[in-house]
Design a protein. Structure first.
Length: 280
């Protein structure tokens, strides 16, 4: 078995193992991918994302995809993955998967595994309509608008300020993503005196899902403006996207969990298996 790097140039060869949404990430700064070949035939792939890489003493890796034609190929990919981690000085690996058989393979390769509720929850357009009715906002102040009108300088200055405060949402590589990576019309911002104080950034995946990426306000009226940002994006989502659109929220910290528990009470993530492994 031979191993090669997977990039956007050869991702199509591994489409049986990496779906279109994940394939879009392959050339991003902190994503890594390894493909397995038998002869010239692709037989498996692993994709992982580096976390906390700005802190060399705490770099982690999240396995996002591990697929193969059989268990031996998956184990071989994990062995190759282990070798690659040393280059990025990764100290810990973790994963989340709904596949119990895959969890068993990872456990057999040194991961400590447990069953729990997954980070991601799915919200429908009907759910968003209900939220709009709760907000009861008929007009938005002029400083609440889509990000489409922001200049590159305005956007980059705000992102720089966010990163300085340690805020990057679910985007480890936020510093490298252009404004055009996000949906221009449904992503919203607080723009006061030509300065951005807050944003709600949404990403549309190739499969058509909308994924919340960054939701933050660092201005003096953050509590009020966060509500306005959410309401504005909800209204635009209903206006611009079909009824079958799914909105994905990754509850990556306690603040997001508390917010979703309040806004979509009772909504739960799928049951998944999670695991970690020390790599030092």
């Amino acid at each position: 078995m031979e191993f090669i790097e997977i990039t956007s140039d050869n991702a199509e060869d591994f489409s049986a193992y990496i779906d279109e949404d994940m394939a879009e990430n392959l050339d991003r700064t902190f994503f890594r991918s390894i493909g397995a070949l038998e002869g010239d035939t692709p037989v498996g792939a692993i994709v992982y994302e580096l976390k906390d890489s700005e802190n060399e003493e705490d770099t982690k890796s999240r396995i996002r995809v591990l697929c193969g034609d059989n268990d031996d190929i998956k184990c071989g990919l994990l062995e190759e993955y282990k070798k690659e981690l040393s280059e990025d000085e990764v100290l810990e690996s973790f994963f989340e998967s709904g596949d119990e058989l895959l969890a068993g393979i990872l456990e057999g390769n040194g991961f400590s595994c447990a069953q729990t509720e997954g980070e991601e929850i799915e919200v429908s357009i009907d759910d968003i309509k209900k939220l709009i009715s709760i907000f009861k906002i008929t007009r938005f102040p002029e400083y609440i608008q889509s990000i489409s009108g922001l200049s590159v300088l305005q956007y980059r200055t705000f992102i720089k300020n966010c990163l300085f405060k340690g805020k990057h949402g679910i985007c480890e590589d936020l510093a490298y993503l252009p404004k055009t990576w996000f949906e221009q019309d449904v992503s919203s911002c607080v723009l006061i005196d030509d300065k951005v104080d807050g944003v709600l950034l949404m990403k549309k995946t190739p499969s058509g899902r909308l994924v919340a990426q960054l939701y933050v306000d660092i201005g003096p009226d953050s509590k009020k403006n966060l509500i306005l940002l959410l309401a504005y994006t909800c209204v635009k989502t209903v206006e611009l996207y079909p009824e079958d659109t799914k909105v994905i929220i990754r509850r990556h910290n306690d603040s997001v969990r508390k917010l979703t528990d309040k806004l979509v009470a009772g909504r739960k993530g799928d049951t998944v298996f999670v695991g970690t492994r020390r790599e030092d």
